[in-house]
Design a protein around this ligand. Structure first.
Ligand SMILES: NC(=O)c1ccc[n+]([C@@H]2O[C@H](COP(=O)([O-])OP(=O)(O)OC[C@H]3O[C@@H](n4cnc5c(N)ncnc54)[C@H](OP(=O)(O)O)[C@@H]3O)[C@@H](O)[C@H]2O)c1
Length: 220
């Protein structure tokens, strides 16, 4: 659709630049921007960079960055808990706040929740709580921003084969994942990306304030 794309990274500069190169090679316009969301002003710094590049109009914001930590209730430290909430909840909240001046009629925000927000899977209580917070934020953001013509939705992926879900690379982890899914294969990043692209597009113009499960039918 001829959009200018900004790819955010924290530590993965090489990967971000590779995505930028891929978009450029396909004839698109892209650039990389960097910020660490564990810092209190991480989202503010990112928004400032974005506004300096795109000017007064942002059509789509996808807040995908996140961290997880598998730990029992007993094992979870205050530091783990605060870091999870900083990256997974504080950052998207303030990213939306700081980019609001350039989000307008027809703009779309997509946040990333998780299957874990609504189902007890693994030892993920603190992480799951951050994703429950995202499902809550989606409703409040959508309600508050509707008057401006801005839509806000989220995806809630099940287990997706990425760096985060290293358990899917073990036989036991894979077997467990398939045992809770109706569809018997591992979810891939594109399975989620396609739904994010749909939610961001005009085809989803009447979907607002919702969290769409993208989990192959997990924990049905
Ligand atoms: N994989 C799953 O099974 C699964 C399931 C449900 C939901 N999700 C959610 O999907 C989203 C993407 O996860 P993923 O599976 O693609 O995980 P991933 O491969 O570990 O990627 C995590 C992303 O978050 C960024 N990030 C991590 N810490 C950051 C920080 N302090 N500041 C700024 N950015 C930071 C990383 O940037 P750098 O690499 O540049 O540091 C990377 O782009 C997350 O919100 C995750 O919670 C994943």
């Amino acid at each position: 659709m001829g959009a200018q794309v900004l790819v955010h990274y924290s530590t993965g500069e090489g990967e971000a630049r590779a995505v930028v190169a891929e978009i450029s090679k396909a004839g698109g316009r892209a650039g990389a921007v960097s910020a660490d969301f564990s810092a209190p002003d991480g989202a503010h710094k990112l928004a400032k960079q974005v506004r300096a590049i795109v000017g007064d109009r942002l059509d789509v914001l996808v807040a995908n960055a996140g961290i997880s930590k598998s730990a029992t209730i007993e094992e979870t430290t205050v530091e783990d808990f605060d870091r999870l909430f900083a990256v997974n909840v504080r950052a998207p909240f303030f990213l939306v706040q700081q980019l609001l001046p350039i989000l307008g009629k027809g703009s779309s925000i997509v946040l990333v929740s998780s299957l874990a927000a609504n189902a007890a899977v693994g030892t993920l209580a603190a992480y799951a709580a951050t994703k429950g917070a995202i499902a809550t934020l989606v409703k409040h953001f959508a309600s508050d921003l509707g008057e401006r013509g801005v839509r806000v939705n989220a995806v809630a992926p099940g287990a997706i084969a990425t760096d985060m879900s290293s358990f899917t690379k073990t036989d036991a982890g894979r077997d467990f994942t398939l045992s809770i899914q109706a569809l018997k294969r591992l979810g891939q990043p594109d399975d989620v990306g396609d739904v994010v692209a749909f939610l961001a597009s005009n085809e989803a113009r009447w979907i607002n304030g919702d969290t769409v499960r993208v989990d192959g039918g997990s924990k049905l």
